[in-house]
Design a protein around this ligand. Structure first.
Ligand code: F6R
Length: 624
């Protein structure tokens, strides 16, 4: 939630045509997926802080800047907001300018003790313009700056950080220090980007990926001071610490729309390569599955007697798919829990529990807190994550990275398929390690997995009908989704996509549950998607789902059936059949999800909505 950018450069660098503001605005546009309720920028120029901010998206800020330009500067900070304290108004937008116009701050996170601090500062005579916790944090920095910190900005931020509770990334600039940005990080994301005679700060690497791939990870409880030529990090006690340098593997082009109407559409089309890349390099020369990055004691993995998968939203649905696969292949009891529920129900986890945390962003606070709780109870945590250098992999015992590339659209698509793929790899790896499957059985699944990118491409290439259906059904008010076995989480994901981007009522059900209540929702014309398992393999499952389709058709539902090509049994009961290539039942989510994503995207576009930035949402949920 909230995107933060900072930039400092040397004006005299030959060939540099852009000024701080250009870099900051460009970074904000790339980070806008993190929040888009309001946006603002501040620069230090001619011995003063100058700021512009506006409710609405970065485009509203562009208009404001065109009407009221800022002076050229070599240093600037910017913010795109997902409102927490205080509504999305101009006044509540960041940056907040404090200390008689000499200090500006931007902030991501929530300061939980802000009311107490506000009272304390009000008692000292400070007044506040906005309703935000950020202005309180900034005022605290100003108070320390002018008193205990002796006008040292780094020290002022450090002293203030020691008093703040909750989660925060806080960037501060001051008119007295036209060469530096000071930033504090606690439970909220921040990365440093290193350029030549210019340095950057960003909520994630998209904030500067256009200009440098050299980045530095910071830990919690740390403060960084950047100038154009240097950076230094200290902890909240003032001790110097070193960050962890890394090279960004994403290409700047990967974060562009590449000719598609939206990032979501582009990311749907990226899925064959997201799955392919996630599978890449996982086999040794003997065909043995090796998950090199999974640095965790093998004897420990052998002794695990329970797996708990924790995640939120779409990632949790990937977790449900993982459960079917892991239990089937490894025979280890596996639970899936929403991360925000896990911690508060006093779960039974111990040294023999393996926790698998799924997260695209690696910054979801609910998942991070659940990880901390699990580790406190002695469990080992493996993170399946798409973002290098983010908090979740850093705080886990081992990592298995998905290689989906940057996911910009708020609605997750390619990350979901990549998460499922990585979870399959983990399941097969555990089965190999624990001897639950023979090498040739594992090899068979792996070759089926390797065939998936091409099959996903077939689904995408043949999507005209489902796209047209999405467009035509623009005025539909409710859509239901049914599935069984791994088709159930696919149904849940189909419904979530529709809710979040097309803003209509949509629900996913386990098909067998229908007759226990939800069938009462079926009335003539009700649109129902049904995810049908392969007629091969688990035959009983297939015929049960066909019966479910008959039950709803008999009550007037309009059925849209996602079925394996050649599945003749569904045709008599389906108003529309969307065929997907044949695959083993356990792997079918990689194919069956794709038409549902395309349908949701087409419907949202037909309704004229911004599919990449749906209302009220933000990409990475860094507050609890
Ligand atoms: C929905 C969606 C969300 C995320 C959830 C977890 O399309 O994207 O439900 O899946 O907020 O996010 P990550 O995976 O970043 O932890």
């Amino acid at each position: 939630m909230c995107g933060i950018v900072g930039y400092v450069g040397l004006r005299e660098t030959p060939g540099r045509e852009l000024y701080a503001l250009d870099y900051v605005l460009e970074g904000l546009r790339r980070l806008e997926y993190r929040g888009y309720d309001s946006a603002g920028v501040a620069v230090v120029a001619d011995g003063a802080v100058d700021c512009r901010k506006k409710a609405g998206k970065v485009s509203s800020l562009d208009a404001e800047l065109a009407a009221n330009p800022l002076p050229d500067a070599v240093l600037g900070i910017g913010h795109t907001r997902w409102a927490t304290h205080g509504g999305p108004t101009d006044v509540n937008a960041h940056p907040h300018v404090i200390d008689h116009g000499r200090l500006a701050v931007v902030h991501n996170g929530i300061i939980e003790n802000f009311a107490e601090l506000k009272n304390e500062l009000t008692g000292k005579g400070y007044t506040f313009e906005s309703e935000t916790d950020t202005e309180v944090a900034g005022t605290l920095v100003a108070d320390y700056y002018n008193k205990d910190a002796g006008r040292d900005l780094t020290e002022a931020v450090r002293l203030a950080s020691q008093r703040l509770e909750g989660a925060f990334t806080l960037l501060a600039i001051h008119a007295d220090h036209p060469d530096r940005i000071v930033a504090a990080r606690y439970n909220s994301p921040l990365v440093i980007g290193l350029g030549k005679d210019e340095n950057f700060l960003g909520s994630d690497v998209s904030g500067f990926i256009q200009h440098t791939k050299q980045a530095v990870e910071m830990d919690n409880n740390q403060i960084v001071t950047i100038t154009a030529t240097d950076y230094s990090i200290i902890d909240f006690d003032g001790n110097p610490v070193s960050g962890k340098p890394f090279e960004v593997t994403w290409d700047a082009a990967a974060a562009e729309k590449g000719g598609f109407n939206s990032f979501m559409e582009k990311e749907i089309h990226d899925q064959p390569s997201a799955v392919h890349d996630t599978l890449l390099g996982r086999l040794d020369e003997t065909g043995h599955l090796t998950l090199d990055e999974l640095r965790i004691d093998e004897s420990l993995l052998r002794s695990v007697d329970k797996i708990v998968v924790i995640a939120c939203g779409t990632a949790a649905y990937a977790g449900h798919v993982a459960r079917y696969a892991i239990e089937h292949w490894c025979r280890i009891p596996t639970e899936v829990e929403l991360a925000h529920e896990f911690r508060y129900r006093d779960p039974i986890v111990n040294e023999k529990t393996l926790v698998v945390a799924l997260s695209q962003s690696g910054e979801t606070m609910d998942t991070l807190m659940a990880i901390r709780h699990a580790r406190e109870q002695g469990a080992k945590v493996i993170a399946i994550c798409n973002t290098n250098g983010s908090s979740i992999p850093r705080e886990s015992d081992a990592n298995l990275y998905t290689h989906a590339g940057p996911e910009i659209a708020v609605a997750s698509t390619k990350a979901f398929l990549a998460q499922i793929t990585a979870a399959y790899l983990l399941g097969l790896y555990l089965a190999q390690l624990r001897g639950n499957m023979f090498a040739d059985e594992i090899g068979e699944v792996l070759s089926e997995l390797q065939a998936m990118p091409e099959k996903i491409q077939t689904v995408i290439d043949g999507a005209d009908e489902i796209k047209a259906m999405g467009t035509e059904m623009g005025d539909t008010e409710s859509v239901l989704f049914l599935g069984r076995h791994v088709g159930f989480p696919v149904a849940l994901e189909g419904a979530l996509k529709l809710k979040e981007i097309a803003y209509i009522h949509a629900e996913g059900f386990a098909a067998g549950e229908l007759k226990h209540g939800p069938i009462a929702l079926i009335e003539p014309g009700q649109k129902v998607f049904v995810v049908v398992p392969s007629p091969r393999g688990r035959n009983a499952l297939h015929s049960k789902v066909v019966s479910n389709i008959q039950e709803i058709r008999a009550r007037g539902a309009e059925t849209i059936v996602i079925a394996e090509e050649g599945d003749e049994a569904v045709a008599p009961y389906a108003n529309h059949v969307i065929s997907v290539p044949a695959s083993p039942t356990l792997l079918q989510p990689l194919l069956a999800t794709v038409p549902l994503q395309i349908f949701a995207c087409a419907m949202a576009e037909a309704k004229g909505y911004d599919v990449d930035q749906p209302r009220n949402l933000a990409k990475s949920v860094t507050v609890e």
